[in-house]
Design a protein around this ligand. Structure first.
Ligand code: AHM
Ligand code: MG
Length: 337
């Protein structure tokens, strides 16, 4: 679909249908699922945008002036995504950051399993900073006639059928991949449609920018510490020092990294010896997108997408971004004593 954006406007729905039509034998189920997630994203976007007003109208747990009970936005987003997935009728298991246990749907014969973080970075909401929704879709391993189990869900990221995120920023964007490049859409609030913005995002090979929570440096692995020291030293030939950008909202930090290049790091630290970010609904989907755009997504040992998961909420260290930036980091990690 070469440079559709140059010629005419395409909605998310049209784009998904066109992409599906390129495959003989496609059943349309994955397309339907992506469209259902897109619809839930629009509803969450509407609520995120009026978060300040909602606060004026009542506190969490209370009733607002309309007599409606006021919910925390992450609970609201969780409910919206869950009902979109349940409505689709093709999902057997859902795993949300908000629930300890996996959630089995009535359509337990559905062929898809979906992991999601309904509102990542939600502590940023109160200060009007961008947050996001992340999703990761797998085809179940077992036959559709048997009950889907946790073992169906525990697949390495390489097996994702699709993954994406929605960024609720100065505009709302939906970015996704089904393994054939990365496409992005911007919500036009006047018509309520996600419009195609880019049908083949490529991450630059290098950019002198990094993104990490420096406050935790005392607990970092030695290799990370010496890499960060290196990128701060002045050397115009290698574009050092790099500039630092850290929002503290993974979707925003990685969206910027995807478009401009650079490196995003969430290493192990004293309080999180295996990193803080969740493998199944933060690292894998974001890593899949970064790789599909031509970048690297590593955990310090190898590709994040090759990690064989042991539990649905496990964490992993994350080093993602432009190929040359991440390769440079790896030189430091390999020489770590
Ligand atoms: P959350 O799922 O509880 O919102 O936590 C995940 C968020 C990411 O969006 C972000 O990259 C990270 O936590 C920031 O963590 P920290 O405050 O430790 O830098
Ligand atoms: Mg999260």
């Amino acid at each position: 679909m070469a440079q559709e954006k140059a010629n005419h406007l395409l909605t998310l729905e049209e784009f998904i249908i066109r992409s599906q039509n390129r495959f003989d034998g496609a059943t349309g189920e994955l397309s339907q699922l992506l469209r259902d997630i897109g619809l839930a994203a629009k509803i969450v976007s509407r609520e995120v945008n009026k978060a300040g007003i909602t606060n004026l109208l009542g506190q969490q747990g209370s009733r607002n002036v309309h007599g409606e009970s006021v919910k925390k936005l992450d609970v609201f987003a969780d409910e919206q995504i869950m009902s979109a997935l349940a409505r689709s009728g093709i999902v057997s298991l859902m795993i949300s950051e908000e629930s300890n246990e996996l959630i089995r749907l009535e359509s337990s014969s559905g062929k898809y399993i979906v992991f999601f973080d309904p509102l990542d970075g939600s502590s940023n909401i109160d200060v009007n900073v961008s947050v996001g929704t992340i999703f990761s879709i797998y085809m179940r391993k077992s036959h559709r006639e048997v009950r889907a189990e946790e073992s169906d869900a525990l697949q390495p990221g390489d097996k994702q059928a699709a993954a994406g995120y929605v960024l609720y920023g100065s505009s709302t964007m939906l970015v996704y991949t089904t393994g054939m490049g990365v496409s992005s859409f911007t919500l036009d609030p006047t018509i309520g449609e996600f419009m195609l913005t880019d049908d083949d995002i490529r991450i630059p090979d290098f950019h002198p920018q990094y993104s990490i929570n420096e406050g935790y440096s005392s607990g970092w692995p030695e290799g990370v510490r010496s890499y960060i020291e290196y990128i701060k030293k002045v050397d115009p030939q290698t574009k050092r020092p790099y500039s630092l950008r850290y929002i503290g909202s993974m979707v925003s930090d990685l969206h910027r990294t995807l478009l401009l290049g650079g490196i995003f790091l969430y290493p192990p630290n004293v309080s999180n010896p295996e990193g803080k970010l969740r493998l199944m609904y933060e690292c894998n989907p974001m890593g899949y997108i970064i790789e599909q755009a031509g970048g690297l997504a590593l955990d310090g040992r190898g590709r994040i997408l090759e990690i064989v998961p042991e539990s649905i909420h496990q964490t992993a260290p994350a080093y993602m971004g432009s190929r040359k930036n991440v390769e440079k980091l790896m030189e430091f990690l390999r020489s770590e004593k």
